[in-house]
Design a binder for this molecule. Structure first.
Ligand code: NDP
Ligand code: GDR
Length: 392
């Protein structure tokens, strides 16, 4: 049997990178659409890339954009994909209030452009389409937990654009019999999550504070609750959705919800630092209550850090100091207060189950950010020196 061909939009993003790796391991030929940028923007997928001049190359990148139908149509015609995963989007909810029109164009109409290209090219019987739908569709929550039947009430230009994308996917399925499916995915994170989403902002911020690279972490709404899973588990769910006999829509979620404040507390605690939250509203602060020296030293040892004693001693000097503060600039004009998903259908029909717990996720993100920021610290303090023992 010839190998399957997948096309991924948003391949340079968190999910695109994990999905590309997952599909390559399954023997797929993977094509990705990346945007032209003035700098390299492929850091998350560089490890998958092979020089196209080599033999047995299964991974290809193409320039493109969800706002450019001609480009999308040409690429789909050339690649003739068996599966399209439409993950590309302006995916930041807060930014969507700043760029509502662009978000509607890329996230809403972008989906239409893909569906219509597949239809016009006569690939309806060949190409299956996965649409990256989101728990942000539920927005102002009507029911807890949320499942495939819960009514939608989006609360941001991002949510509204994704609502269009959701329904146009359903519509093309019903109107033209296309194999087009929505995965309604709740928040999923990882060490390669974008740095401005709250989980990564916290794991990055906490490690930088402990290393003395930053003084404080400024956050918005600490009361928001999210159902956070691991991106690796969720990309497997995307693939499973397209392997079924019939096209359908599925919720993927862990079924547990956690406050932003609690995520921050758990993150610092993973590094041995206990945080106490005092005050209310914009005056709320997270202050360092204690430092578990042994635990912090172990974490630093694990990443191969030197001068551990001085780092631990600096962390101890933070006791009694506020390291988390609220900055109203991160409040959103309309907020989604609580999300908690019910993935019963995915469990029963796809056999999908999240494998990582929130604690596993936080541990992995913290260790990765500790290592990255430790390297930055060394570079900043000591400069770049090639060790004599290193052969170049
Ligand atoms: P990221 O923000 O990490 O990645 C988004 C990707 O889309 C990037 O590759 C980005 O390119 C690309 N992109 C942005 N605009 C365009 C455009 N106009 N044309 C083509 N590509 C574009 O998001 P995630 O990986 O976290 O999410 C993947 C998808 O899943 C998104 O659609 C998101 O809305 C949705 N989603 C995500 C959830 C999550 O918790 N992560 C939950 C539910 C849904 P560049 O690298 O150049 O910026
Ligand atoms: P979300 O993720 O909006 O759920 O969208 P994000 O991490 O941005 O926010 C989660 C919650 O945390 C609150 N919050 C902050 N958020 C950010 N980014 N920065 C802060 O400083 C901060 N402080 C508090 C937010 O108000 C919010 O309530 C993500 C994206 O991946 C979407 O693309 C995806 O569709 C949904 O998850 C499911």
């Amino acid at each position: 049997m010839s190998k399957k061909i997948a096309l991924i939009t948003g391949i340079t993003g968190q999910d695109g990178a994990y999905l590309a790796e997952f599909l390559l391991n399954k023997g797929y030929e993977v094509h990705g659409i990346k945007r032209r940028s003035s700098l390299f923007n492929t850091e998350r997928i560089d490890h998958l890339y092979k020089d196209p001049h080599e033999e047995n190359v299964n991974f290809f990148l193409h320039y493109g954009d969800l706002t450019d139908s001609l480009n999308l149509t040409r690429l789909i015609q050339k690649i003739q994909p068996d599966e399209i995963y439409n993950l590309g989007a302006q995916s930041h909810v807060a930014v969507s209030f700043e760029q509502p029109e662009y978000t509607a164009n890329a996230d809403g109409i972008g989906t239409l452009r893909i569906l219509e290209a597949v239809r016009l090219l006569g690939l309806m019987d060949k190409t299956k389409i996965y649409q990256a739908s989101t728990s942000e569709l539920y927005g102002k929550v009507q029911e807890i937990p949320q499942n495939e039947k819960t009514p939608f009430y989006p609360r941001s230009p991002y949510g509204v654009a994704k609502l269009y994308a959701y329904w146009i996917t359903v519509n093309y399925r019903e109107a033209y019999g296309m194999f087009a499916c929505n995965g309604i995915l709740f928040n999923h994170e990882s060490p390669i999550r974008g740095e401005t989403f709250v989980t990564r902002k916290i794991t990055r911020g906490a490690t930088r504070i402990i290393l003395g690279l930053d003084k404080k972490l400024y956050l918005g709404n600490l009361n928001a609750k999210r159902d956070w899973g691991h991106a690796k588990d969720y990309v497997e769910g995307m693939w499973l959705i397209l392997q079924q006999d019939e096209p359908d829509d599925y919720v993927l979620a862990t079924g547990k919800t956690t406050e932003v404040r609690e995520f921050a507390r758990k993150t610092f605690s993973e590094l041995g630092m206990e945080i106490e939250f005092v005050g209310e509203g914009v005056d709320e602060k997270g202050t360092v209550k204690s430092v578990n020296e042994e635990l912090l030293a172990k974490k630093l040892e694990k990443i191969g850090a030197e001068q551990i004693e001085s780092i631990v001693s600096y962390a101890k000097s933070l006791i009694g100091k506020p390291v988390i503060e609220v900055d109203p600039k991160y409040f959103r004009p309309a907020e989604v207060d609580i999300l908690i998903g019910d993935a019963t259908k995915a469990r029963e029909k796809l056999g999908w189950e999240p494998k990582h717990t929130l604690d596993d996720l936080i541990k992995e993100m913290v260790e990765s950010d500790l290592e990255k920021n430790y390297r930055e610290l060394v570079l900043k303090r000591c400069g770049f020196e090639v060790p004599k023992s290193c052969e170049l």
